[in-house]
Design a protein around this ligand. Structure first.
Ligand code: SF4
Length: 214
């Protein structure tokens, strides 16, 4: 695996082209190239590895979170810590398994100390997510929390105002429905009502995915 980084300066005549767009036409090829990514500052801030994503490469349901935490960074898989266990339970609660869906994050490398990802990091990493969307072609995209929702809906509105609704989604050549919901870590913090609301959002997402299949 070879590392690559953005050129120090890209003139208008030679715009920088993100490697995601030349990484190949399967999820596995794109993943292989992404594993060597050093394009944003997170590459140098203590990540162990790039956490690309996991699940069915043709899943009807795509879940998008924020970024890897400590456990995810160690294991190379998104949502495997405490919040991940809750995500798994929520997925199982609608009669599916992690293997039936695809799980990814807005940024693929762990922000140090689990801080929020910065706008430049989100922007630089977005083409990897776009390739995932393009190649998976999900029918329903479930955004988990503020960062994924703001990026994929192009909104500044907070998740608590947006959840409970569904939105048309067009990105990377894919038309789908976007269902915003709370991040499992926020559900763990807030419990009770937050859990009930998130469960309801998951039920809606599954119903929409089933309806889109017909
Ligand atoms: S967060 Fe994304 S853009 Fe930044 S180094 Fe990791 S894979 Fe590359």
């Amino acid at each position: 695996m070879s590392d690559f980084s953005a050129p120090a300066s890209a003139s208008p005549a030679e715009p920088f082209e993100h490697p995601a767009w030349h990484a190949g036409n399967t999820l596995e090829l794109v993943r292989t190239v992404a594993l060597g990514c050093t394009l944003c500052p997170l590459a140098l801030q203590g990540r162990s590895q790039v956490v690309f994503g996991v699940g069915d490469p043709h899943a009807a349901l795509l879940f998008v979170g924020e970024g890897p935490g400590e456990q995810e960074d160690r294991q190379g898989e998104p949502f495997v810590g405490r919040a991940g266990r809750l995500l798994t339970q929520l997925i199982e609660g609608i009669g599916l398994t992690r293997d039936d869906v695809y799980i990814a994050n807005v940024v693929k490398c762990r922000p140090p100390g689990n801080r929020d990802p910065l706008p430049v990091e989100i922007e630089t990493c977005a083409p990897w997510l776009d390739r995932q969307i393009e190649l998976i072609e999900p029918r329903v995209v479930v955004t988990l929390g503020n960062f994924a929702t703001k990026l994929l809906l192009g909104t500044k509105e907070g998740i608590t105002k947006l959840r409970g609704r569904q939105f048309p989604f067009e990105r990377a050549g894919v038309s789908a429905v976007l269902v915003p919901t709370l991040h499992p870590a926020a559900v763990l913090r807030n419990g009770g009502r937050a859990l009930a609301e998130t469960r309801a959002d998951f039920v809606v997402a599954k119903r929409l995915a089933a309806a889109a299949k017909q």
